[in-house]
Design a protein around this ligand. Structure first.
Ligand SMILES: NC(=O)c1ccc[n+]([C@@H]2O[C@H](COP(=O)([O-])OP(=O)(O)OC[C@H]3O[C@@H](n4cnc5c(N)ncnc54)[C@H](OP(=O)(O)O)[C@@H]3O)[C@@H](O)[C@H]2O)c1
Length: 360
């Protein structure tokens, strides 16, 4: 691997900071651009000797100037769409943490990827695991894939208990330390719903070939089932620096500080079916993905509005799914032909979701 210059888009977040740690530890990797939503970047730019920085707004101008070898998209939410489409269109390797952009802009992203012919490497641990388990296998031999979910902090709470859980309870994820939006998505299982749609676009699999199973210890990240009855699983301690490092150094594997599994100390391999009644967002995401067109974008937009409202104390945890469902009911399904149409769909779904919010 020759020197790789990496643009870290969303550098101030949980993934962005872990990516900077990984880059600092690998001599062949360097940072050529940094962006954030609103936090200043002067400190990070000085530490990493980066000239191209941007706070807020469209990151594509700074990406054009920096001409990176790899774009690591670690923005949260729909705001990541611009960087995803830019990298795919230009055939620049995209290390994608920002799953929302692939969910919302799936068809546009696939078209841009086909034109650009670059690499699209998932950073999400489950999809990184799938990429590795699928490697070298003919697609015709794959029966289905399995995404594992920790089940979040409320896995064992009853429907009644969920009525009164607090923001603080929802932010206490049992196995992963992450930014607030994905932590809430993990508690509602919307995150696994987004990942289902992400897997559909990344690996070209129909939805009936993507299973979700709850696996509380988060040691098995994903499983591929083959037609001969064999199944390959990817295991490791839950630490995002592993899939970040894999995406940034692909196809090599560089050493990391993360320890290998201590099997003798005991590793829990329990699995159970997700409860779609207590966590309806997983079923809603599957339905939005299957309907395609504008629906995945609308699902994502309404979910972003609902999560923000929950974090701001405007709605209760159990109201998140209802808000998304109501917004989806108002969406007209149609193919999305360009970015302007996608932005309009996103805005309309946000408007529908916000209309149903109680006044602050
Ligand atoms: N955290 C994890 O372990 C994990 C695991 C798998 C996948 N992911 C995915 O990775 C992405 C990032 O997650 P995270 O947990 O790192 O989120 P985070 O900690 O909230 O960080 C989000 C980053 O996005 C930037 N940002 C926010 N709004 C923006 C906007 N409108 N325009 C441009 N930049 C904006 C933030 O900048 P400011 O700091 O200036 O607001 C920050 O740098 C998400 O899509 C998430 O689903 C995360």
């Amino acid at each position: 691997m020759h020197g790789r210059r990496i643009a870290v888009v969303g550098a101030t977040g949980s993934i962005g900071r872990q990516a900077l740690e990984v880059i600092a530890a690998v001599p062949d990797l360097s940072v050529c651009a940094l962006t954030s939503g609103s936090q200043p970047l002067d400190g990070l730019a000085a530490v990493y000797g980066v000239e191209h920085v941007q706070v807020g707004g469209d990151p594509t101008n700074v990406l054009e100037r920096a001409a990176p070898d790899v774009v690591l998209n670690a923005v949260v939410g729909f705001a990541g769409v611009g960087a995803t489409l830019w990298a795919l269109e230009h055939g620049i390797t995209l290390a994608l943490a920002n799953k929302e952009s692939l969910v919302a802009a799936g068809d546009l992203a696939l078209a841009a990827w086909q034109r650009g012919k670059g690499l699209l490497l998932p950073v999400d641990s489950e999809h990184s695991a799938l990429l590795q388990c699928l490697d070298g296998h003919h697609p015709g031999t794959v029966q289905s894939v399995v995404l594992t979910a920790s089940g979040g902090p409320f896995r064992n709470r009853s429907r009644d208990d969920l009525e009164s859980v607090s923001v603080e309870d929802a932010l206490a994820h049992p196995t992963w330390s992450m930014g607030p939006k994905i932590t809430i998505d993990s508690a509602t299982l919307a995150n696994k719903g987004l990942e289902l749609i992400e897997a559909h676009y990344l690996f070209g699999l129909d939805y009936d070939r993507i299973e979700v199973v709850v696996h509380p210890s988060s040691v098995v990240h994903a499983i591929v089932r083959f037609r001969d009855g064999a199944a390959l699983a990817h295991l490791g301690y839950p630490d995002m620096r592993v899939p970040i490092s894999y995406a940034l150094t692909y196809p090599e594997r560089r050493a990391t500080e993360i320890p290998g599994l201590d099997l003798a100390a005991g590793v829990s391999l329990e699995f159970e079916a997700p409860d779609l009644e207590r966590f309806p967002l997983l079923a809603l995401a599957r339905e939005a993905g299957e309907r395609g067109g504008t629906f995945p974008c609308a699902f994502n937009a309404a979910n972003e509005v609902a999560v923000r409202a929950f974090l701001a104390g405007r709605i209760r945890f159990v109201e998140i799914a209802g808000l998304v469902e109501d917004a989806l009911d108002g969406v007209e399904g149609a193919p999305v032909r360009d970015l302007a149409e996608l932005v309009a769909v996103d805005e309309e779904a946000r408007r529908l979701a916000e209309r149903r919010l109680a006044p602050a």
